[in-house]
Write a protein that binds this ligand. Structure first.
Ligand SMILES: N[C@@H](CCC(=O)N[C@@H](CS)C(=O)NCC(=O)O)C(=O)O
Length: 227
């Protein structure tokens, strides 16, 4: 990557509702950001691995964070105009969707954003447990033909894909300082890069990138169709 290009690397896991909000928010602003010469890259990671590498624990594992969490998620949903309930099967093991996304990002780049969106929507809006192969296959089939979807599901279990997701996750925690998701590594276009955590720090990011806030403000209740 050219060091003097403004760029947002967004490290996401679809098990994370705040990753869903960040993905939705950035996807809706992709064109506006590109017009301001800012590139966005969505990068799949395994949040469980980030927690383990950084010594962090899921918010639910700490009583105080767990008690605060319902307030935070309710406010965030209102702010982003994206309403969803936490599914009964939460938290679930996100390795399967994250491996499929890892494979598709490399091998089927054109369809990657569509699959990312489909995974988030299946999990958070349709409450499909994507740790189950049959549900993951159904999501893949919304983007690919049955034959290709079946192959992607099978290939996502191969050692190369497992290693790639593992390596990216490790890099995110050990080099980029991640302790949760969504994690962002943002290049300011002048050779400097900094981390940002959470879907609630975009105003800091726009300052860091020297962008006009008014062009990137939230519009009320963004329609999902525009994701
Ligand atoms: N305030 C942040 C919260 C993000 C968040 O809680 N992310 C969870 C995963 S869904 C996490 O990784 N938490 C780690 C931590 O809070 O230490 C936001 O609005 O995005």
């Amino acid at each position: 990557m050219a060091p003097h290009k403004k760029k947002i690397e967004a490290y996401l896991d679809c098990v994370s509702p705040y990753s869903f909000l960040a993905f939705s928010y950035l996807s809706q602003r992709r064109q506006a950001l590109e017009d301001l010469n800012v590139e966005i890259e969505f990068i799949p990671v395994f949040l469980g691995g980030i927690m383990a590498s950084s010594g962090n624990k899921p918010p639910m594992a700490l009583a105080a964070k767990s008690a605060y969490s319902p307030y935070d998620i309710k406010r965030a949903q209102k702010y982003f105009g994206l309403r969803f309930k936490v599914p009964d099967f939460f938290p679930f093991l996100s390795l399967l969707p994250q491996r499929c996304l890892t494979l598709v990002k490399e091998a089927y780049t054109e369809q990657y954003d569509a699959l990312h969106k489909a995974c988030f929507q299946a999990l958070w809006l349709d409450h499909k447990d994507l740790s189950k192969q049959e549900n993951m296959l159904a999501v893949l089939e919304t983007v690919f033909g049955t034959e290709q979807a079946t192959k992607i599901l099978k290939d996502s279990q191969g050692p190369d894909v497992k290693k790639k997701l593992n390596d990216v996750t490790k890099h995110t925690a050990e080099t980029l300082g991640a302790y949760g998701c969504p994690w962002f590594w943002v290049h300011d276009g002048k050779g400097k890069a900094e981390p940002f955590f959470g879907s609630d720090r975009f105003h800091y990011m726009w300052d860091f990138l020297d962008l006009p806030h008014q062009d990137l403000e939230l519009v009320p209740a963004p329609a999902l169709g525009k994701l």
